[in-house]
Design a protein around this ligand. Structure first.
Ligand SMILES: [Mn+2]
Length: 337
């Protein structure tokens, strides 16, 4: 029953479009530790479904980061406690596997409800009844531009602001290697519809909490570099001492800017669901190197230049093993170049 469809607007599956048009009570959900593309595609999908006349619930397991609260519709997002089973459709955005929805998706209560997956991660496990997975798109928000076309809806300023935010954040403001002419074309259309690029960039990419700088100050003295792999450990005691409340420490994107590095990693100490130790790993790679494969092998997901996974165990157990895999990925990249 799984169906895959390409990203071209003309090729969007009729069953997907019909399902969207005919649903009345829709739950839209994106991934844990939400980023700009998660928030942009979630709020954007909310506006699309509203235009189609549906009653829509937007849900995220985790809090919306302060720098993304400006998104129109972000204030309406609910958490796991407000979720029921009274929906006729669930739309999952920007999440590469079913567990990425966290506690919002309940396999027992929700199994009978059609689940549509809309995502651009090449590692997507195609866990929906209809799966629209387009790895050639730089953001899930880019896919929604084509969806809007297929549904025959106009782009307005509200929707364009949501969608451009995802495009800007996932491409680090059009700097990633997957930023092609199609991405720029989509961005141009969103700007023509009223989205303000400089405002979105300033809000979503150029703002950080003061506590984050305190955390960087605590962890950066222990940064390590070996065979072109740069990494850092972040302890729970350190995030606590810095007063950090969200999990995103935004370090892997900074570490990859080191001249000597081709791959970066951040190992963030966590408590697993079962109360045991776990490590949240975040990877970045320069063009020509693939950390998406490494994350996928470790049970996570992502893209060649940016990926992540969560592994049970202490940092001492997890980090050395993962660094070894990253060194292998680097050697593979060097051999191919
Ligand atoms: Mn994305």
């Amino acid at each position: 029953m799984n169906e895959d469809v390409s990203s071209e607007a003309s090729a969007i599956d009729e069953a997907l479009l019909a399902g969207l048009r005919n649903s009345r009570h829709v739950l839209c959900v994106s991934h844990v530790a939400p980023d700009g593309d998660a928030l942009g595609s979630l709020t954007g999908m909310g506006h699309i479904m509203h235009r189609l006349g549906a009653t829509t619930t937007l849900a995220l397991q985790d809090e919306t980061p302060a720098e993304l609260k400006f998104l129109p519709g972000a204030a309406d997002i609910v958490g796991p406690k407000q979720i029921t089973d009274a929906y006729d459709l669930i739309i999952c955005l920007d999440a590469s596997s079913v567990d990425r929805m966290g506690h919002i998706y309940r396999s027992e209560a929700h199994a009978h409800i059609p689940l549509f997956v809309i995502d651009h991660h090449i590692t997507n496990t195609r866990f929906g009844h209809i799966n629209w997975v387009a790895p050639d798109c730089a953001a899930t928000c880019q896919m929604l531009v084509y969806l809007v076309d297929s549904l025959g809806l106009p782009l307005d300023e509200t929707l364009a602001t949501c969608l451009l935010t995802g495009l800007v954040t996932d491409t680090l403001c059009f700097r990633t290697s997957n930023t092609n002419a199609r991405v720029m074309e989509a961005a141009m259309r969103l700007m023509s519809a009223g989205a303000n690029l400089s405002d979105i960039t300033a809000r979503a990419l150029n703002r950080r909490s003061f506590n984050l700088f305190k955390l960087w100050g605590l962890v950066l003295p222990t940064v390590q570099l070996d065979e072109g792999v740069i990494w850092v450990h972040v302890r729970r005691a350190q995030t606590k001492a810095a007063g950090m409340t969200t999990g995103d420490v935004q370090l892997s994107s900074m570490l990859i800017t080191a001249n000597e590095a081709d791959i970066s990693a951040v190992f963030l100490e966590k408590v697993a669901e079962n109360g045991g130790p776990a490590v949240e790993c975040s990877f970045r790679a320069r063009p020509g190197f693939n950390v998406g494969e490494v994350a996928f092998e470790l049970g996570g997901g992502g893209h060649p230049p940016a990926s992540g996974c969560t592994i049970q165990g202490t940092i001492e157990e997890v980090a050395p093993r993962v660094v070894e895999l990253l060194k292998q990925a680097r050697r593979k990249g060097l051999a191919a170049s």
